[in-house]
Design a binder for this molecule. Structure first.
Ligand SMILES: CC(=O)SCCNC(=O)CCNC(=O)[C@H](O)C(C)(C)COP(=O)(O)OP(=O)(O)OC[C@H]1O[C@@H](n2cnc3c(N)ncnc32)[C@H](O)[C@@H]1OP(=O)(O)O
Ligand SMILES: CC(=O)C(=O)O
Length: 533
């Protein structure tokens, strides 16, 4: 592959936005574009001006507001309509008016689509391609051609599919991008077709793959291996149906496995942060198992893996997480061994090397607790408290609970009138404190009562906000007798850090109490507060 002319072309703002449930505002697009530029892609396809009013507006504002350092903006649109003239076609004119230096034209390359969807002839479609490309090139635009349904079209009528891209090259298109529009191709087929086209076509080829067969990344890699030097995809694999090729995975593969340098600047090392920042804007939760950038991409749970990782992390990971801005993490669970605990300890800042007996004790406690329903891979903070307890011989003594109780009051026939009242008795700051709290449910009431009891001694608690609360019934065959697991996520709004704790018990309130107490104790520890029992 000649990387001096390799394009990384991002279509998150156009094809990615075609994902079900995604709705990007102009402001969202103007926020994402600089992140893509920071990543170091060569091209940012901003949308389809003339077809979608928001996209017309995006290009207008982008020209004034964006200061892109690496990337060029590309406007997407279709060839002129059948029977029209390119310079009179309103949509073609809108591409010009977008002032984007690059125009990517979608064109039919499958004769069946020409005849059945466009309802025109093969010759007229070629004229539509030729006229539109040469008009835009004549107006000073660089033109890429997205040959829609190329692989399906090539299988049905290879000569026609080839004529479509040859026509584009002859009219001045820089790259013909072979699209697997329906996303059903397999890598062998892509490899074979791109190689065959490369032998016959007189210009640069690109790949645009959808993920309907689960092969979009593999198909993009196969096309590059066969000579394509322009790859299109979206951040986080966003896109219609099952999505597009995840550009992050394709680029990381090419850079880290094939030794290519494709992103400008330090983009590769910023990849994880940028992927997550874009998820924030799209409001789509990041996919933990996403290659390279997912939270679980370098998270190890199995004890045997940990024992080898202790010797050399590369023994159980395919790439260095730091290279893509991610981190290796140890997950603690019933699959952990002593090596897992030692590595997790290191991650948390404790040197446990050479403490075989302690490691065995912690491992056994984790396995016993997980058998009862606890889960530490989702509750790092509770694990850290367990570890400290084994290290110091006791839990951090911020307060001592004497007892708690909670009442639920309902008015029959009016569920909205249900309320709860809790009383907690704790020893804190050298005193016995009794506090009550009300809430819309028993857990809420207990949380209020505990905070009220502790706040005078520990004002930091005011900053702790419960941001997620998950309940799982562990052994459903026991019906209402089942064991309950509660996971609580808390945020320190002052420090903007979060932590997760777990509680398990025969009833939901008891399990919740345990998770809430862990959450407050851990929060105080992390905030560096001295215990005043
Ligand atoms: C594979 C892809 O994902 S390509 C990107 C697809 N993205 C989008 O469709 C999002 C934006 N689309 C839109 O806003 C609208 O669909 C528009 C503005 C493009 C078209 O909408 P309308 O003008 O209402 O047309 P309508 O949906 O009825 O039909 C599409 C027209 O485009 C024509 N057309 C379809 N593909 C092409 C093409 N590649 N080249 C030229 N014309 C085309 C059709 O023949 C039809 O023409 P007709 O009006 O003369 O019958
Ligand atoms: C152009 C495009 O998005 C496709 O053919 O899939």
């Amino acid at each position: 592959m000649d990387t001096t002319t390799f394009d990384v072309y991002d279509t998150t703002l156009r094809d990615g936005a075609q994902q079900e449930g995604m709705n990007l505002s102009v402001a969202d697009k103007l926020t994402i574009a600089p992140l893509l530029d920071e990543l170091g892609v060569g091209y940012i396809e901003g949308g389809w001006p003339g077809a979608i009013p928001k996209d017309t507006e995006f290009f207008k504002r982008a020209a004034k507001e964006l200061d892109l350092r690496h990337a060029e903006l590309a406007a997407f649109g279709s060839t002129r309509k059948a029977g029209a003239r390119a310079w009179e076609d309103a949509q073609v004119r809108a591409l010009l008016e977008s002032e984007a230096p690059v125009v990517t034209l979608v064109a039919k390359s499958d004769i069946r689509h020409v005849e059945r969807a466009l309802r025109t002839t093969g010759e007229e479609n070629l004229a539509m391609i030729s006229d539109t490309v040469s008009f835009l090139v004549g107006e000073g635009r660089r033109v890429f051609l997205d040959a829609e349904h190329f692989f399906d079209g090539y299988r049905y009528d290879p000569d026609y599919a080839l004529r479509a891209i040859e026509t584009a090259f002859a009219a001045g298109a820089e790259v013909a991008v072979l699209c697997d529009t329906n996303g059903g191709m397999l890598p062998d087929r892509v490899h074979e077709v791109v190689q065959a086209v490369r032998e016959r076509a007189a210009g640069r080829l690109g790949i645009h793959a959808h993920n309907d067969s689960g092969c979009a990344v593999a198909n993009s890699m196969a096309a590059v291996a066969s000579g394509a030097s322009h790859v299109q995809g979206t951040i986080n694999g966003y896109g219609e149906r099952t999505g597009n090729a995840d550009l992050l995975t394709v680029v990381a593969n090419l850079e880290l496995k094939e030794g290519q340098r494709l992103l400008a600047g330090a983009g590769l090392r910023e990849m994880t942060r940028i992927a997550h920042a874009i998820s924030e804007v799209t409001n789509i939760a990041p996919f933990a198992r996403q290659p390279y950038v997912g939270a679980s991409a370098f998270a190890h749970k199995a004890g045997l893996h940990a024992s080898a990782i202790k010797v050399d992390p590369d023994l159980y990971q395919h790439a260095d997480p730091v290279a893509v801005g991610n981190d290796m993490r140890m997950l603690i669970s019933d699959m952990a061994g002593r090596a897992s605990i030692e590595l997790k300890g290191r991650e948390l800042g404790f040197d446990l090397s050479g403490q075989g007996e302690l490691l065995s004790r912690v491992t056994n406690r984790v396995k016993d607790a997980e058998a009862q329903g606890y889960t530490y891979d989702a509750a790092d903070a509770s694990f850290e408290l367990l570890l400290r307890e084994e290290l110091d011989g006791a839990r951090p003594a911020f307060f001592r609970t004497e007892s708690w109780r909670v009442f639920v009051e309902t008015v029959p026939g009016d569920p909205t009138d249900a309320s709860s009242e809790a009383t907690v008795k704790v020893h804190v700051g050298g005193e016995r404190v009794i506090a009550t709290g009300e809430g819309n449910g028993p857990v809420n009431a207990l949380d209020h009562a505990l905070r009220k009891a502790l706040l005078p001694c520990y004002p930091e608690i005011e900053r702790f906000e419960l941001i997620d609360f998950k309940v799982r019934i562990m052994d459903t065959q026991h019906g209402t007798d089942a064991t309950t697991r509660v996971l609580v996520e808390t945020m320190d709004t002052g420090a903007e850090t979060t932590w997760s704790t777990v509680g398990v018990g025969p009833n939901i309130v008891e399990a919740s109490w345990e998770a809430i107490v862990d959450s407050i104790v851990f929060g105080l520890l992390r905030a560096g507060v001295q215990p005043r029992p």
